[in-house]
Design a protein around this ligand. Structure first.
Ligand SMILES: [Cu+2]
Length: 209
């Protein structure tokens, strides 16, 4: 019995050892990737060492500066060009507006201004808003013409003077029928009051410079 027991114990130990051996071998096999992991990091170390080597290169920083220098210079040039072009455009605008003004002065001779005789002025009310002629007060230059257009259905007059003082004799349209017009050219500077002889609440002024 004892011999068998010993044999059994040895056998079981042997099995246990084999088991441990397999376990160790398995662990070793399992740990194999972790062993390779440091092996993978080894190249990292090698790259790390290569980077300081690149930084240690005194020409590297100079090369970078030289590389950036044209970019910085180009940005500055671009900004200057933009500023100059903006200034140039302002000058062109100024010169253009001066030329336009001069051309307008040269080409613009006497101007004809339009004054409407509005609808409904045959009855009082328009005088409350100074709207019996539209515009009732107008400023023009000597030599300009004012053209009154009667858009009302009633006949009206454009008569120099005032309801209080009567006609001045400077200009008088006599009756302007519906849809008819009356024009007068003012060659002399001054203030000219006028009114409608049919409807004395209708008054207006022409200021000639
Ligand atoms: Cu009138």
């Amino acid at each position: 019995m004892a011999g068998i027991d010993k044999a059994a114990i040895v056998f079981s130990i042997a099995i246990a050892l084999i088991g441990v051996g397999i376990a160790v071998a398995g662990e070793a096999a399992y740990n194999a990737p972790t062993i390779t992991a440091p092996a993978e990091s080894t190249p990292k170390v090698s790259t790390e060492t290569s980077e300081p080597k690149a930084q240690a290169d005194p020409f590297a920083s100079i090369a970078e500066k030289v590389k950036d220098a044209p970019k910085v210079a180009m940005d500055e040039v671009k900004e200057e060009v933009e500023e100059i072009s903006e200034e140039a455009m302002d000058i062109v605008d100024d010169v253009g507006s001066v030329i336009i003004e001069e051309v307008e002065e040269i080409t613009s001779g006497p101007v004809t201004h339009t004054v409407d005789i509005p609808v409904g002025t045959a009855v009082p009310g328009c005088e409350e808003t100074n709207a019996c002629y539209e515009p009732a007060d107008i400023t023009i230059n000597a030599g300009d013409t004012v053209n009154w257009i009667n858009i009302d259905t009633a006949a009206h007059t454009v008569t120099g003077g005032s309801p209080a003082d009567g006609p001045s004799g400077v200009f008088d349209s006599s009756l302007v029928m519906a849809d008819a017009e009356y024009a007068f050219t003012f060659n002399d500077a001054g203030n000219y009051d006028y009114f409608c002889m049919v409807h004395p609440w209708m008054v207006g002024t022409v200021t000639v410079n």
